[in-house]
Design a protein around this ligand. Sequence first.
Ligand code: FES
Length: 144
Amino acid sequence: MALYSEKVMDHFRNPRNVGTMENADGIGEVGNAKCGDIMKIYLKIDNDIITDVKFETFGCGSAIASSSMATELIKGKPVSEALALTNRAVVEALDGLPPHKIHCSVLAEEAIKSALKDYYDKNGIEYDKKLFPDCEHCDHCCGT
Ligand code: FES
């Protein structure tokens, strides 16, 4: 069996939503201290709906495929659904990742959460702090 699914290869070779965004409503950037990979997510939000999303990922193929799939999963969705997106859902949508690459999908979940937190902060929207791990000092989720 191939190490990477066809979907992973497709999103790695033809990533969706790559780029930056002017006047983004929320920007999130996270990195994995161990591999050094960095992911940045830009969100456009209108009336609580994510109308556009872009990403830049400096990292491995699994991180690029995860970012691409994650952006597809949240585009057009309400903020609450994007907030609930788990790395597991990203992995499932990609038809799996090898065990040692699961942490790459965690980066996508965290980058989206970080961008949503930025959106809440910029707009003075109240939120439960527990929804957001402290990404800058986080070493619990990317170490697998
Ligand atoms: Fe760093 Fe995949 S190896 S995110």
